[in-house]
Structure formats: structure tokens, C-alpha cells
Write a protein that binds this ligand. Structure first.
Ligand code: ADP
Ligand code: MG
Length: 588
């Protein structure tokens, strides 16, 4: 018979390491969080071979005394928990596991010095074996070096991916940490190469400092396509930058979410974001955003997860609603904007440089050069109709005036400083969608009585649905009744849909209700129905439009919320600045 025995300290640490440390980037996260907890404002990170052979984190924080250094590598030893209360809740957690766990699966050296001590101290741990502490000369702060992580646990080593992949994870992690802690300077070196530098700005306006940090970490395009937002409800606050819907991404990796200054990943919050953007994004596209949430400390537990990435909320329903409400409110203000990303893509496509080879050099020489003055004179005449009072009018109408329609699908409109290409179907679909939605909630859907009611057969399953939802359909402006045992009669439809194919519309709506009739979330369902209705009610691609009709569409787009994207997050128009065009032709 086997007797029960306690596990050795080293084995316990290795088991903990399995939970705390999934891969090199987890170690980087623990070390940088410790540096932040020590109030550092300058943190340098060096990694080699995806962190597999070396990770070094240098900080200028409070440091540790010799005694503390000894304690720091003991399991369940922490300076972040006092007197039995969660006193120092603003730290990155206090499980006291990270350093002992790392020390058990790697060669770790820690060098540290506080302000109070004359000397610094050094300690070394080699797969759990601790060396004597040595005095050293050092500046205030702490340096931790980890070599050959997981060398004593080969099974874990095997699970790691390529060096490149591990590097990307580390870079993403530091970007996240740097965005969250925009008052701290970070430097990240990968294989001796400086990959990321951030310098904290001391501007009065915190949001400005955050924006600078976003540009440093994620680039200009990211910050260009973001809207600042801030929303408060009771003791809860949400703020940051939300990507406009057309600036979307294929996965959630560009959603930077922080709660009380910590990186978190939380399904509940993911759902809140998805829901808030659900009007604008297709299922496989994801919003890009930077979301800071501050909640009262007693409402959140940050210690539940070994890697401290998941958190537990006291009232997760309230939080979910609060977040989706605040995002929705901000998206409303975005109006007709469309992502500059699409413009860039367009310019790339247009860029003539690749095609120069195809142009016969004789043709180039034959061209009659005209001087700039003449060019601009001509330009004025062709670009603007003489009878249009260009300046005033164009300023009033940001989407400009329709000049022509191409392929019976795209409208070309000239604006004050460029031109735009509108997808007529996508744009109109959005307008109809917003119209139906607004009028539905205000109980103002205008209906039209059909002179000749439409009678048609439908599947008997759908007839059951119809009986249940007849009142709701009436609220949507569709007045419909059962007719005989297998048919329906439609008597009224919303005015805005009066040109659509009623049979197809009604069948699609009934099918949607049938497919989701068990769904609890009425609102998500109703949005889908609005979406079906608007698709039926909008101008098809392939329909010829008169100039007046096209201009009406542009005016409606300007006054419709979210008209920069269709219901699936695709842009409804793309703009090309005159500046860009001139650059393409080498005039600027
Ligand atoms: P925890 O962070 O949960 O307390 P760790 O094992 O990560 O556990 O660290 C143990 C202790 O070592 C910390 O509580 C802290 O007092 C000290 N420590 C670790 N890293 C640093 C650092 N960079 N600067 C100052 N103190 C540190
Ligand atoms: Mg720690």
C-alpha cells in the first residue's frame, strides 16, 4: 500500500510553474508586473530566441533589501498583502508564486537595491536550488535575468512554438502593458534589436498622453481611425479609444481591455463589445479598441487566476450592460465616417509606379507638357461646374455632389477636397436600416395599405410562427394574417419598403423568426430583422440612378447615423483626397 506523503517544495513549485508559466511571455508578464508594482517608471526588457534562452527585465523601482530578496523566491511570499485585508489591491495581484515558479524551471538571477541600502544584493536560483546572497554594486532598482526557461521541464519546452511566434507574443504583450501604463517608459529589445520604445508624456490631458502612447505602440493608422470616449455610471467608468466600425480586424487581438490598470481577458466583456458593435460588423469581423474600465476594488477579484488574466466580477451583468451601453453611445457619434484604411488600400492599388514598364516611352515623350498655371485653370473648369457656388455649398455637404454613376452600382461624388466612391446598395441599406430602427423604437413606422393585398403560400411551420408574432410584426409595420390553412395575406407594409418584393421580404422575416424563436435576446433578433427588411428595401446594385436621386442619397447619408458602413461592417464609401490624387500623378 502507498502511504500519503507531502510533495517536495521543488515539485510544488514546478506544479505551480505549470499554471503560472505557460510560455516565455508569461514569465515576461510576471516580471514586468513586479516592476510596475515596485513603482518603476522605466522598464527595459530584453529577450533572446523568443525568450527561450534569455529574458532580462531591468527596472528603476523601489528594489529589495537582502532580506526581501531572500523571501521573494519563497513560495507564497509577497509584500502585497497586509494585515489580512486586501490592502494593496492596486497591485498586479499577490499570489507570491511567480519568482519561485520561474526559479524552479530556469536559471534565474536577481539583482536588486533599495534607496536605503548602500549595497545591492544578488541571488541565484538554478532549477529550484538557491545560492548564497552576494553583495554587489548597483543602482536603485531590480534586474531579473532568466536563462533557459523550461530546460528542466522538457515536456513544456516541446510545446513552445517557433521563435518568431513567441517573439510576436512578447511584443504584443509589451504593447499591451505599455498602452495600459502610459506613464512609464518602456524599451523592448528582441535579439539585440530595439523593437519598441515608448516615452511617457507629461501632458495635463491624460487622454492626449494615452493617444501618443497608442501611436508609439500601434502606429498612426490605428489612432487615426479611433474615437475618444468616456462614460461614467455610478462608481463605474469606461474610457479610451474605439475603432470606427469599418476599421475592423479578423480576430480579437486588437482589443486592448484593462480593468483597474490590469490586462484582462474576459468573455463577458468580449460579449459586451460584440453586442455593442453587432449592428455594424459581420460575425467574423472584430472591433479594434482600447478600453479602460475602472470599477470599485471591492467589485472585482483579480486573484482568481494563476496567470491573473481572468478576473471575477461581483455583478457581471451590470458591467456587461454598462460597457455595451457606453460603446453604443459613442458609436452613435461616429456618423458617416469611413476608415482611412480603405483609402490607403485604394491608393496602393492606384499607385502607377508598377505599371510604368507597360507604357511606351515614345508615348511619354509625345505628351505635350502644360505648365501648372494652365493645369489649375483647366482643373477648375472641369472639376467644378461653373454654375455651382462651389465653396459654400460643398462645405455644407461633406459628401459632395454626384458626378456620375459607374456600372449602375457606384456613385462618384466630388467633394471639397477630393472625391468619393459610394456603393449605392450598401449606403442605402444603412439608411433604410437606421430609419426602420428609429421609427420602430419611437412607434412611428409609417405603413402603406396595399391596394391589392398580397396572398401567398408559406410553409406550415412558418404559419405557427406567424400566429405567435402577429402583434410584433404589426409593430414592424407588416400587417399580415393567416389565410386559409397554408397561406398568408399581407395588407400593409412600411412605406419605406413599398418598392420591394413583398413575398420575399415576408418569407425571409418569418424564416428568421422561426430559426431563432428560442433565442432569449430579443434585441439582437430584432436587429437582424431590421437588417433583412433594409436589405429588401434598398436600392439594388445594378439600378440606374438620376443625378438628383444620387444627390438625395448623399444628403441622407450625411444625416444618418453610422452611414459610413453597412450592416456588415463593410464601408459604404471610400474617399480619395485631391492631395492623394495629385501625389499619384507626381504633382506633389
Ligand atoms: P507577488 O508579485 O505575487 O507578490 P512574486 O513571486 O511575483 O509574487 O514576487 C514576490 C515578491 O518579490 C513581491 O511581492 C515583491 O515584494 C518582490 N519583488 C519581485 N519583483 C520585484 C521588483 N522588480 N522590484 C521590487 N520588488 C520585487
Ligand atoms: Mg508578481
Amino acid at each position: 500500500m502507498h502511504r500519503i506523503r507531502l510533495l517536495s517544495k521543488n515539485l510544488i513549485n514546478r506544479i505551480a510553474a505549470g499554471e503560472v508559466l505557460e510560455r516565455p511571455s508569461s514569465a515576461v508578464k510576471e516580471l514586468v508586473e513586479n516592476s510596475l508594482d515596485a513603482d518603476s517608471n522605466k522598464i527595459d526588457i530584453f529577450v533572446r530566441d523568443g525568450g527561450k534562452t534569455e529574458i532580462k527585465v531591468l527596472d528603476n523601482g523601489s528594489g529589495m533589501t537582502q532580506e526581501d530578496l531572500k523571501m521573494s523566491i519563497m513560495r507564497h511570499a509577497t509584500s502585497k498583502f497586509h494585515n489580512g485585508i486586501f490592502s494593496n489591491i492596486n497591485t498586479h495581484g499577490f499570489r507570491g508564486e511567480a519568482l519561485p515558479a520561474i526559479g524552479s524551471v530556469a536559471k534565474m538571477s536577481i539583482f536588486s537595491k533599495t534607496d536605503m541600502c548602500e549595497n545591492g544584493s544578488e541571488i541565484n536560483v538554478n532549477s529550484g536550488n538557491v545560492s548564497e546572497i552576494k553583495p554587489i554594486a548597483k543602482e536603485k532598482g531590480t534586474t531579473v535575468i532568466i536563462k533557459d526557461i523550461f530546460f528542466s521541464t522538457p515536456a513544456r519546452l516541446k510545446f513552445l512554438k517557433s521563435e518568431k511566434y513567441e517573439n510576436i507574443l512578447i511584443k504584443k504583450l509589451i504593447q499591451k502593458i505599455a498602452i495600459c501604463n502610459f506613464n512609464v517608459d518602456f524599451k523592448l529589445h528582441i535579439n539585440e534589436k530595439l523593437i519598441l520604445v515608448t516615452t511617457a508624456k507629461k501632458h495635463q490631458d491624460k487622454m492626449k498622453n494615452l493617444k501618443t502612447r497608442i501611436v508609439e505602440c500601434l502606429g498612426l493608422e490605428f489612432s487615426e481611425n479611433m474615437k475618444e470616449f468616456s462614460y461614467t455610471s455610478e462608481a463605474y467608468k469606461a474610457y479610451g479609444y474605439l475603432g470606427i466600425p469599418t476599421f475592423n480586424h479578423s480576430n480579437r487581438s486588437n482589443q486592448y481591455i484593462f480593468i483597474n490598470g490590469r490586462i484582462v481577458s474576459d468573455k463577458n466583456l468580449n460579449n459586451a463589445i460584440r453586442y455593442a458593435y453587432s449592428d455594424f460588423l459581420a460575425y467574423d469581423r472584430h472591433a479594434q479598441l482600447i478600453l479602460f474600465i475602472s470599477v470599485p476594488n471591492q467589485d472585482v477579484d483579480i486573484n482568481v487566476h494563476p496567470a491573473k488574466s481572468e478576473v471575477k466580477f461581483r455583478d457581471s451583468t451590470f458591467l456587461r450592460k454598462f460597457i455595451s451601453k457606453s460603446i453604443k453611445a459613442t458609436l452613435k457619434e461616429i456618423g458617416y465616417e469611413s476608415s482611412s484604411h480603405n483609402t490607403r488600400r485604394l491608393i496602393k492599388k492606384f499607385n502607377p509606379i508598377h505599371d510604368l514598364n507597360f507604357i511606351n516611352s515614345n508615348q511619354l515623350e509625345e505628351k505635350n507638357p502644360i505648365d501648372d498655371k494652365e493645369y489649375f485653370a483647366r482643373k477648375k473648369n472641369t472639376f467644378f461646374n461653373k454654375d455651382e457656388k462651389v465653396t459654400d455649398v460643398v462645405v455644407q455637404y461633406p459628401l459632395g455632389f454626384a458626378k456620375c454613376q459607374l456600372y449602375k452600382t457606384y456613385i462618384i461624388s466630388q467633394t471639397r477636397n477630393g472625391f468619393i466612391i459610394v456603393d449605392q446598395h450598401a449606403a442605402h441599406e444603412r439608411i433604410v436600416y437606421e430609419n426602420i430602427k428609429k421609427n420602430f423604437y419611437e412607434n412611428k413606422i409609417k405603413t402603406q395599405i396595399l391596394l391589392i393585398p398580397e396572398i401567398f403560400k408559406v410553409d406550415c411551420l412558418l404559419i405557427d410562427v406567424l400566429n405567435k408574432y402577429i402583434v410584433n410584426l404589426k409593430r414592424l409595420g407588416i400587417v399580415i394574417e393567416k389565410f386559409g390553412h397554408d397561406s398568408v395575406i399581407v395588407r400593409e407594409i412600411p412605406v419605406i419598403l413599398c418598392e420591394c418584393n413583398i413575398r420575399e421580404l415576408v418569407s425571409d422575416v418569418l424564416e428568421e423568426i422561426y430559426e431563432n424563436s428560442n433565442s432569449e435576446i430579443l434585441e439582437e433578433r430584432i436587429n437582424k430583422i431590421f437588417s433583412i427588411m433594409s436589405c429588401h428595401g434598398s436600392i439594388r446594385a445594378g439600378r440606374e440612378m438620376h443625378t438628383e436621386e444620387m444627390n438625395n442619397l448623399l444628403r441622407e447619408m450625411e444625416s444618418t447615423p453610422f452611414s459610413g458602413q453597412c450592416n456588415h461592417g463593410r464601408p459604404t464609401f471610400i474617399k480619395l483626397g485631391l492631395n492623394d490624387v495629385e501625389k499619384l500623378f507626381g504633382r506633389k
